[in-house]
Write a protein that binds this ligand. Structure first.
Ligand code: AGP
Length: 632
């Protein structure tokens, strides 16, 4: 998930672009680059400067650089295809066409093979460079960059936001999107295009939000917006009126909505320390089992080996996952991941039950505790009980040096940044990402995971930030639907397999935010009672991706429909079966079963947020609740 900036105007493009990238650095920071128009041997050229590492590396390189032109593009990267390096950094320049790209071209292998067969030479390992090849071929036929974009567009499958320039039209910039965000800033005699408003607001507060399948052609200080077939569109200019409070919330009305939209970055940050992109493999780092300083280790219980390492992880033969609330539901999804990938028994328990039920914790057990705050009293008590029983303990927290983080033997982190909204969102999806990586690592240690499956699951995980950005587009759907949805007597969330915890999480979100009655159920349980609940006043939310449980979940949905239930279904791709049986169908990008919950979390969060908003509730601080339950 990367950051993009394009500029045309009378200011120094280098400065405007770098300042804009600084505002977007949270979107990715493993490499960065810019391309600005210059005269090279009397010819207009977009000169490219790139650097690996954080944006300051690029700034250092640019200190002595001067450019004569008024137009340029820039990019800050979070790698999905191709390791973080200068070679793979954007912009990519082929045949006079230069571009920056945020997202993922899913059919990149097919395009790469086709281009290779035509004799194309590749300068990087990225999917983005392939778009520059396609555009440089087309623009030779059309003689116009915008026309070339319209010709290339149908070839691209995936989620992408792209800004391109061409040295034969040195005052033109073309930006187009399908999924990740792009915003146009219409200044006084200057134009900015960027991934979000934060990179634009210092130039102008007048913005146009681009929708999917829209393209903007900037020519000097003028612009024209068309659809993907070239038909002109009239779009309103919105004036951003951000108060200081809104700046803190990055323009969102609530921290919770800001944090829902930060989730692609949160998942990227959760994964970053544990992925070896060079070798396309998982390498869980910083567990801390063996890196603790000697005096810290000396405080560990004598029953637990001090030199804890992967070796120890390899020798465990049972896992307990203990947490509360949303963290508990993430742990439940972890059960499906770890049991199916690492083939080891996993028991998931609510901390307040675990700590009092005198649990039997056999030798060679790992107790994994999950806590965003790291201070939840029941979870901390469960951790202490596990340590007294001699178990190896591991925490997944968002707050470093919190009590649970400090007291566990091993440590993993959600890395999602401060979560202000009481209702947990980005910490939840970050935990799902960490649990994916933990399951893969354990699967490798226990020789249960071959390289192909590891690559397949890791590729799916690396693709989620871009896919999540596409799913966030449902924000507007729920904003409009909330007035209707809030009128239901209750909402029944259902799902099967690893999607069942999302049903539980969706119900919890609705309870804690809208104060509405909601249930989360395993869809297979419908006939054992919940079916009696269903009538036209009950809304059903069925989480029904195209995984191995799809057919059975679809038949559950048809049973609910037959009893008059109103249906929102969440499925994969353009699914006519689900559309036919649903009042509203929400389509998710195609993904592995292991990462579907990360995508599914977004619609259920948005549903609860917008219904609570429509009811006039304090979304960031719901009644009776606290961000961290530090007492029993
Ligand atoms: C989730 O939206 C709630 N805020 C609550 O269920 C929370 O997940 C639970 O209290 C656990 O908190 P923790 O992750 O900080 O331990």
């Amino acid at each position: 998930m990367c950051g993009i900036v394009g500029y045309w105007g009378s200011k120094d493009p280098k400065q405007v672009i770098v300042d804009g990238l600084k505002r977007l650095e949270y979107r990715g920071y493993d490499s960065a680059g810019i391309a600005v128009l210059d005269q090279v041997q009397g010819q207009p050229k977009f000169r490219v400067v790139r650097a690996q590492g954080k944006l300051m590396e690029l700034s250092r390189k640019l200190e002595q650089e001067k450019f004569s032109g008024q137009i340029g593009i820039g990019h800050t990267r979070w790698a999905t295809h191709g390791v973080p390096s200068e070679r793979n950094a954007h912009p990519h320049s082929i045949g006079g066409v230069t571009l920056v790209h945020n997202g993922i071209i899913e059919n990149y292998q097919e395009i790469r093979q086709e281009l290779a067969a035509q004799g194309s030479q590749f300068l990087s390992d990225t999917d983005s460079e392939l778009v520059a090849h396609l555009l440089s071929h087309e623009v030779k036929q059309t003689g116009d960059l915008h026309a070339a974009v319209l010709k290339v567009w149908p070839r691209l499958i995936g989620a992408y936001a792209i800004v391109a320039v061409w040295e034969q039209q040195p005052d033109v910039m073309v930006a187009f999107k399908n999924g990740p965000p792009l915003v146009l800033g219409v200044g006084d005699g200057e134009i900015v295009v960027a991934s979000d408003v934060q990179a634009i607001i210092s130039t102008t507060k007048r913005v146009v939000y681009l929708n999917d399948n829209e393209v903007v052609k900037v020519k000097g200080a003028n612009y024209e917006i068309t659809d993907h077939q070239g038909r002109k569109l009239k779009k309103d200019i919105v004036t951003i009126d951000w108060s200081a409070d809104l700046v803190e919330k990055a323009g969102f009305n609530h921290f919770m909505l800001k944090e829902i939209h930060e989730q692609p970055r949160a998942v990227a940050n959760a994964m970053a320390p544990h992925v070896d992109l060079e070798n396309q493999s998982v390498r869980l780092t910083g567990l801390g089992f063996s890196a603790q300083s000697f005096d810290e280790i000396s405080k560990l219980d004598s029953k637990v080996d001090q030199a804890l390492s992967f070796e120890k992880l390899k020798n465990i033969d049972r896992i307990f996952i203990i947490a509360c609330g949303t963290s508990h539901y993430a742990g439940l999804a972890g059960k499906y991941l770890i049991e199916q990938i690492a083939r080891i028994p996993v028991e998931v328990d609510i901390a307040s039950e675990f700590r009092y039920r005198e649990p039997f914790i056999p030798p060679r057990s790992l107790v994994l505790v999950i806590s965003q705050s790291g201070e939840t009293a029941d979870t901390l008590a469960a951790l202490r009980l596990a340590k007294q029983a001699g178990a190896l303990t591991l925490s997944i927290c968002n707050v470093r040096a919190s009590s649970i983080d400090r007291e566990a033997h091993g440590h993993l982190y959600m890395n999602s940044g401060p979560e202000i909204g009481v209702a947990s969102t980005k910490a939840f999806v970050s935990t799902l990402a960490v649990l994916n990586l933990f399951a893969l690592q354990l699967g490798k240690l226990r020789s249960q995971l071959d390289r192909d499956r590891e690559r397949r699951f890791l590729d799916a995980l690396l693709g989620t930030p871009a896919q999540m950005e596409a799913v966030l587009a449902y924000d507007s759907f729920f904003a409009e639907a909330a007035a209707t949805l809030k009128a239901y007597r209750g909402i029944l969330f259902m799902g099967r397999g690893i999607n069942y915890p999302i049903a539980l999480e969706g119900a919890l979100k609705l309870k804690e935010l809208a104060y509405m009655h909601a249930e989360g159920y395993a869809a297979g349980e419908m006939k054992h009672g919940p079916l009696a609940l269903i009538d036209e006043r009950m809304l059903i939310v069925m989480v029904c991706p195209s995984d191995k449980n799809y057919e059975k979940t679809l038949s559950n949905l048809e049973e609910a429909k037959a009893r008059g239930g109103k249906i929102i279904s969440i499925g994969t791709g353009d699914n006519s079966q689900l559309k036919n049986v649903s009042d509203h169908y929400l389509s998710l990008p195609k993904a592995e079963w292991t990462v579907n919950p990360i995508l599914e979390a977004i619609p259920v969060q948005l549903l609860a947020y917008h219904v609570a908003n429509a009811l006039g509730h304090d979304v960031d601080q719901p009644r009776n609740l606290a961000k961290s339950v530090t007492v029993e």
